[in-house]
Design a protein around this ligand. Sequence first.
Ligand SMILES: [Zn+2]
Length: 65
Amino acid sequence: MRTKLLKCSDFGLECDAEFRGATVEEVLEQVKKHGMEAHGQTAEQVNSEAVMQIAATKTRDEDGS
Ligand SMILES: [Zn+2]
């Protein structure tokens, strides 16, 4: 099974955190949790349209091929 990968830096943050999951939804759940815990973002911020857009366009398969 391929693993999907998204990085915190994909959101323009200077952060090394990486998120992995089987689906974009799984990855997004981690992004939201991380955003609130590590970056002090609000639930509104992590559920914004901008975050969904970035997750949808930047999430890639980890092998990169
Ligand atoms: Zn981060």
